[in-house]
Design a binder for this molecule. Structure first.
Ligand SMILES: [Fe+2]
Ligand SMILES: [Fe+2]
Length: 353
């Protein structure tokens, strides 16, 4: 289906309400046709969790299985799938294997991003054994894609635990004060600089990371310590999009030339950080992960997304398992991403950035 941008602004709510599987791909027809349109699917944060023997947490399995089934039913077909990280809950080989077995049902090539839940047991060794390099780039239909491992941290912190299990257990908590901030690190930033040196400034760039390459909320590690250094490498390009997982909720932002879009999890939703409420201390500190936001909806707040790239800009089409689809796209007039549902409404600036 091709609709005009005007059509998108006015009609997307009704279309979204009416959409049933197999999903129809919404294409945004922009004036500049010099870049080909294409789509890819984005699945993230499945947190496959081993119980014992051949048992895994059923709810997390179901979330991933549903995303895979829906992605396979998409028309037109996505060119590939990006997996946004946190396949596993505690980075156990059996969790990674089980997650990859479910993902192997996808009818498309998959590019993988490292999450902290895949990493902190064994420094990502098993993940790399199955999936290869932890950072890399590739070109697709005129867009330069970069995948980063953004969940590294200080060596001093890595070395202070008596076992990988202990280290993973601490990093697995959303709000564990013993955790440590994520970072891309100097080695990868050097690699990124060299990689981008070969790319024309007008080439659209899409960066996939697990943690946001921006500083949102340190207490929950919705945070990348060297975000500004990474951003400064990306700012010289005309069209830059960062897609990230980890936060298990819809977020979007614009910093200079860089548009940021988050992915939802297939496992469980995280609540908005306390700062989002803009009324301090009303949200209690979390000590255990929530199973779901609403106990009456097993899959509440979870989902996956397909990404539409037109003219080098991204539209994130969120497919929520128990709710209406949402679309967040880059608004050329405003120069930042907007939620199509609220595109005509000037909202107050978000104060938490
Ligand atoms: Fe996650
Ligand atoms: Fe994560």
């Amino acid at each position: 289906m091709t609709i005009s941008r005007r059509g998108l602004m006015g009609g997307v709510g009704a279309m979204a309400l009416g959409s049933i599987l197999p999903m129809t791909n919404v294409r945004l027809a922009f004036a500049d046709e010099s870049q080909p349109d294409f789509t890819f699917a984005y699945i993230s944060d499945s947190h496959i969790q081993h119980i014992k023997g051949t048992e895994f947490v059923r709810n997390w399995d179901r979330g991933l299985e549903r995303a895979v089934a829906e992605a396979n039913l998409m028309q037109p077909k996505p060119d590939f799938v990006l997996y946004g990280g946190d396949i596993a809950q505690l980075a156990l080989p059996q969790e990674i294997d089980h997650g990859l077995e479910i993902l192997s049902e996808l009818n498309y090539p998959v590019h993988y991003v490292m999450g902290e839940h895949d990493y902190y047991l064994d420094n990502g060794e098993y993940w790399s054994k199955r999936l290869g390099p932890q950072w890399y780039s590739f070109d697709h239909k005129g867009v330069h894609f970069v995948v980063l491992n953004s969940i590294l941290t200080y060596d001093s912190w890595m070395n202070k635990w008596s076992s990988g299990e202990e280290r993973m257990g601490v990093m697995a908590g959303l709000d564990d004060p013993r955790g440590s901030p994520f970072m891309v690190g100097e080695e990868q930033r050097r690699w990124l600089k060299a990689d981008l040196a070969k790319v024309d400034k007008s080439t659209p760039i899409v960066v996939a990371s697990h943690s946001p390459l921006q500083k949102i909320f340190k207490n929950w590690n919705f945070w990348t310590e060297d975000a500004e250094d990474v951003q400064s490498l990306l700012q010289p390009f005309d069209k830059v999009t960062v897609l990230y997982g980890h936060v298990h909720q819809i977020q979007y932002n614009q910093i200079g030339n860089i548009s940021f879009y988050s992915a939802m999890a297939t496992a469980w939703p995280w609540p908005y950080p306390r700062t989002y409420a803009q009324a301090g201390n009303l949200m209690p500190e979390l000590v255990i992960p929530m199973n779901r936001a609403d106990p009456f909806f097993e899959r509440d707040g979870t989902g996956w997304q397909f990404i539409d790239i037109n003219d080098g800009r991204v539209a994130a089409n969120y497919s929520l398992t128990e709710n209406q689809p949402r679309i967040v796209y880059f608004d050329k007039e405003r120069g930042h991403p907007v939620d199509a549902e609220y595109a005509g409404i000037e909202t107050a600036p978000q104060l938490h950035y």
